[in-house]
Design a protein around this ligand. Structure first.
Ligand code: CAP
Ligand code: MG
Length: 426
């Protein structure tokens, strides 16, 4: 007989880490059976009762499956904080998002949310800049920030890349970033691109009187190389570094967080590859969990979805992710599988909406996200009929119209950039 961890009378302690799972048992396995074994496998158990685990130790460390609802396939488990290395995201994931996905008794399993106890929050720094810090840095307090991704994703030389960045800055972009798959290729080396693009950012800053940020992608094969690239950005006077958070991994992010603070750089996190494990609603882990881990670790900006653009993500889900980025106290939302979370003073991070956006979507984006969002347009700027500069200008015009509550069609009168964008994207 293996242990039974089902305990509906248990009330999670403030020191417990609580997880909500969606569980579908394999054929012939009962819901309670799979729930209790999953809780055991993610904490102290093996597949059979082990003599090395004394009853006293088991009692002290056992998980509590305190909520089970077979109809909604939902289970909540409270784990003692003693099971965890409190400041290690990799260790926490090895436990509550580790072996359990491989169990034969599980047909589908999804980690919907993790509610972190205060003891764990204290072990993490959270964002160094965060939403408010970025606002201070940019001097922009009253509107969304506008950014672009240099396109094509890869293929331009460093000089061409810097020129596109300059046009985007001149047209009105606050931020210009690399694409996720641009790192240090033969045609466009990291060092040269960083140097030239930062120079062009400074030129545009002087010419426009607005702050201009270039976000160079430091994603690299090792942490050492990533830190070296971070050092180069610091030397060149950058304000930001960008990282592909999933391909580089949690250890890289935790390493980078400290180094970025020492270097005085803000961190922009691109979430490419997240959908490999977040997209299936029945299996994997949620983007909400990814976002919470990013805030915990302390990234300053994170892609969260757009609702209206080219990437998947329903409005309710995207807004729940947004809440985890910006609120101090997140209330539970049963139907979104969101657990209550108090953030213990960890700073909010700046949410980024990106992916398939055009200037004509700005009024809708503003309605959905309000002013605390960074709107990023790749194709939506570089495919503008009059070019990149006009594309960036059209975005700023559409944003001005949205802030003033004026219809785009009306605002486009006498503004040829917005007019052309409306013609193209309606
Ligand atoms: C957007 C983008 C970003 C996506 C990522 C792209 O370009 O550069 O990587 O926003 O998606 O490569 O698709 P476009 P998400 O504006 O031309 O689509 O933000 O959902 O992680
Ligand atoms: Mg991209």
């Amino acid at each position: 007989m293996r242990r039974d961890y089902i305990d509906p009378d248990y009330r999670p302690k403030t020191t417990d880490l609580v997880c909500e799972f969606h569980i579908e048992p394999a054929q012939g396995i009962g819901f309670e059976e799979v729930s209790t074994h999953m809780a055991g496998e993610s904490s102290i158990d093996s597949w059979t009762e082990i003599s090395t685990l004394s009853p006293e130790l088991a009692e002290k460390l056992k998980p509590h499956v305190y909520y089970l609802d077979e109809a909604s396939k939902t289970v909540r488990v409270a784990y003692s904080e003693e099971l965890f290395e409190l400041g290690s995201v990799p260790q926490v994931l090895s436990a509550v998002a580790g072996n359990i996905f491989s169990m034969k008794i599980v047909e589908n399993l999804r980690l919907q949310d993790i509610a972190f106890p205060a003891s764990m929050l204290r072990e993490f720094k959270g964002p160094n800049f965060g939403l408010e810090g970025i606002r201070k840095l940019s001097g922009i307090s009253d509107r969304p920030l506008v950014g672009t991704i240099v396109k094509p994703k890869v293929g331009l030389s460093s000089e061409q890349h810097a020129e596109v960045a300059y046009k985007a800055f001149s047209g009105g972009c606050d931020l210009v970033k690399d694409d996720e798959n641009l790192t240090d290729q033969k045609f466009n080396s990291f060092e040269k691109r960083a140097e030239l693009s930062l120079k062009r950012a400074a030129k545009a800053e002087a010419e426009t009187g607005e702050k201009k940020f270039y976000l160079c992608n430091i994603t690299a094969p090792t942490c050492e190389e990533m830190l070296r690239r971070l050092g180069i950005l610091k030397e060149l006077g950058a304000s930001y570094a960008m990282i592909d958070l999933v391909p580089t991994g949690w250890t890289a992010l935790q390493t980078l967080r400290t180094a970025a603070e020492d270097a005085g750089l803000a961190l922009h996190a691109h979430r490419c590859m997240h959908s490999a494990f977040t997209r299936n609603p029945n299996h994997g882990l949620s983007m909400l969990v990814v976002a919470k881990l990013c805030r915990l670790i302390g990234l300053d900006q994170l892609h969260i979805g757009t609702v209206v653009g080219k990437m998947h993500g329903e409005k309710a889900e995207v807004l729940a992710i947004r809440s985890e980025c910006v609120l101090e106290n997140v209330p539970a939302i049963e139907e979104q599988h969101v657990l209550e979370q108090a953030w213990g003073g960890l700073k909010p991070l700046f949410p980024v909406a990106s992916g398939g956006l055009a200037p004509t979507m700005i009024p809708e984006l503003y309605r959905i996200f309000g002013k605390d969002v960074i709107m990023q347009f790749g194709g939506g700027i570089h495919a503008h009929p009059q070019g990149t500069k006009a594309g960036a200008c059209a975005c700023r015009q559409a944003l001005e119209a949205s802030l003033e509550g004026i219809e785009l069609k009306e605002y486009a009168k006498g503004r040829k950039e917005l007019g052309a964008a409306l013609k193209k994207w309606g």
